[in-house]
Design a binder for this molecule. Structure first.
Ligand code: PMP
Length: 412
């Protein structure tokens, strides 16, 4: 991670772009450290939503009137922006979905149903979010395929030797996250993709926690599928993308049937639309897709490297301060991490810590973070998770540390 050579961001100025941050919660200034669950939206994203509804709300693609054309252009402009954002070769490789959950379900259901056979193997890692576990379990059950799980080291990293042992000619799909939402670990996905391709498997990357923090170049990575959530990259909820290699998407059957995804319908036979529309049945989430372009613009304007550099500083600062509290145990100490720090405090339930911090206006997440198998493997019920975004500051971390010190003192 580059910490030098990048210009420092004006964080106070950036904060002014986020109206939600300027409020009191429980009588205290809001400190929002739940960014791994969803991050806040800059004004340009919020404005894009209201402008769409105030000025050019219309259904897309089929209309020939002015508003329909304007809405269609705005929707397709976001597709172009996302193509550039992840460096995809073809614009039709970008499919709009509701987010990562739907993207993984789409691939598991469509690719899995068409190509998996009895005894085929799907490899997942022990770090996965339920969204990248359950869809594979559902299709594995249907096709009598087998799920294999890569073990995780004590620092929260993927055990590459175990992964190598699991790979074989039976492996048909590898599905792993780029970065863990619970521990922050950045996984060595480029190496993992190369290894999977050597045995002929396709690879899906869950990029939910990566898109706002890490550079994504799907051509360089060579992944077959890459999933992104808008709401974790300063965009609206309820949308995101599935990237898929064109040659694979072309071979895959539609996921949902309905309007938009068809060329011709008769009661005898239906022919399907071309990419990407084959996978976008029904009226999509036009407003949120349109506003997603502004989230991309926001990230590009600041520069992902600058964002990552600031977040890295916050993470290092928080890690060092948390580690200095004697009863805090850090969970997830990988050498490469996005700005997520999980921890537990001996003798205090994470839920109680979350509630007591909320009373001080501090929003953190507590629980299993939709990674129950990971928590089981760590022997934990859950953790407290503080996750940072570009608008957070070291002063806010000081308030968190002070709050934790008081909680520890109060309960001991
Ligand atoms: N994977 C990871 C790693 C996540 O953090 C999340 C969201 N918490 C998801 C998948 C699900 O994404 P979405 O909310 O877009 O369905």
């Amino acid at each position: 991670m580059t910490t030098l050579l990048v210009p420092a961001l004006d964080i106070q100025k950036i904060r002014e772009e986020f109206p939600i941050l300027n409020q009191q919660v429980n009588g205290k200034p809001l400190i929002y450290f739940d960014n791994a669950a969803t991050n806040q939206k800059p004004k340009r994203v919020i404005d894009a939503l209201s402008t769409y509804y105030e000025k050019y709300n219309a259904n897309i693609h089929r209309g020939i009137h002015t508003l329909a054309e304007k809405a269609t252009r705005a929707y397709e402009d976001t597709r172009l922006a996302m193509q550039e954002f992840i460096h995809a070769k073809h614009v039709e490789e970008i499919i709009f979905t509701r987010g990562v959950t739907e993207s993984v379900n789409l691939v598991a259901s469509s690719y899995g149903r068409a190509f998996l056979k009895e005894g085929d193997e799907i490899i997942l890692s022990g770090l996965e979010h339920h969204s990248n576990i359950v869809p594979w379990q559902m299709i594995a059950e249907e096709k009598k395929a087998v799920i294999k799980v890569i073990t995780i080291t004590s620092s929260g990293e993927i055990d590459i030797d175990h992964y190598r042992q699991l790979l074989s000619s039976r492996t048909k799909i590898v599905a792993v996250n780029h970065a863990s939402n619970s521990l922050g670990t950045i996984n060595p996905i480029k190496e993992m993709i190369t290894m999977a391709h050597e045995v002929g498997a396709v690879v899906l990357i869950d990029g939910a926690q990566a898109s706002a923090h890490l550079a994504i170049d799907v051509i360089d990575l060579g992944c077959d599928f890459y999933c992104i959530s808008s709401h974790k990259m300063y965009g609206p909820t309820g949308t995101g993308i599935l990237y898929g290699k064109k040659e694979l998407l072309e071979k895959m059957p539609p996921y949902m049937g309905g309007g938009e995804m068809i060329k011709d319908v008769t009661f005898a036979r239906t022919t399907y639309n071309e990419l990407p529309y084959k996978f976008e049945a029904g009226t999509p989430n036009i407003a949120d897709v349109v506003a997603l372009k502004e989230a991309v613009g926001f990230i590009n304007q600041l520069g992902k490297e600058n964002i990552a550099s600031h977040e890295y500083e916050l993470l290092s600062y928080a890690t060092q301060k948390l580690a200095s509290l004697s009863s805090v145990r850090m969970i997830g100490t990988a050498s490469k991490k996005v700005s997520v720090q999980s921890f537990v405090i001996e003798g205090i339930h994470p839920f109680d810590i979350g509630q007591m911090l909320d009373a001080r206006g501090i929003a953190v997440r507590t629980g299993h973070h939709c990674t129950q198998p990971l928590m089981d493997s760590l022997g934990l019920e859950g953790t407290v998770r503080a996750s940072f975004a570009v608008y957070n500051t070291k002063e806010e971390i000081d308030v968190l540390i002070d709050g934790l010190k008081r909680i520890i003192k109060f309960l001991n």
